[in-house]
Ligand binder design. Structure first.
Ligand code: AMP
Length: 126
């Protein structure tokens, strides 16, 4: 079910549990600010999620409340992961869903990295 991106942070969400090591994930990267792991239901040959370690629901929540160091660290991590996955050439797509209209399912900020095939049109028809 899509979640609202403006609610308070739910410490029991699945990515909070992955961060705490309570449930497994196939991690490809981690540092002080971010963790990256394979999506459990990949939509492309390469589908990796990058999440900040901090408790933020959405991009708006993160940009309003995170420290400059957290923001810089997270943004750098996304770039590093995409590069380390070998996606600079031939390219890749970043996606961050926020709220019900975007079908955000997990209420912890995450950036999808899609790669490994032609991505097609930017958005499906509504
Ligand atoms: P979104 O719709 O942007 O909130 O995307 C949530 C993503 O999290 C989906 O692509 C799911 O397949 C993925 N996901 C859900 N549970 C897990 C999990 N335990 N490990 C890895 N990815 C997950």
């Amino acid at each position: 079910m899509p979640v609202t991106a403006t609610g308070t942070y739910d410490d029991g969400n699945i990515f909070a549990r992955i961060l705490r090591g309570e449930i497994p994930s196939k991690r490809v990267y981690e540092d002080d600010f971010a963790v990256a792991f394979h999506d459990i239901n990949p939509q492309a040959p390469i589908h990796v999620l990058v999440i900040p370690r901090g408790a933020y629901v959405s991009w708006a929540d993160f940009s309003a409340k995170a420290s400059d160091a957290e923001i810089a660290g997270f943004v750098r991590a996304v770039g590093t992961v995409a590069r380390d996955l070998g996606l600079e050439e031939p390219g890749y797509r970043l996606l961050a869903n926020a709220g019900v209209h975007a079908h955000q399912e997990v209420p912890h900020l995450h950036v999808h990295i899609f790669g490994g095939r032609q991505m097609g049109a930017m958005l499906p028809r509504a």
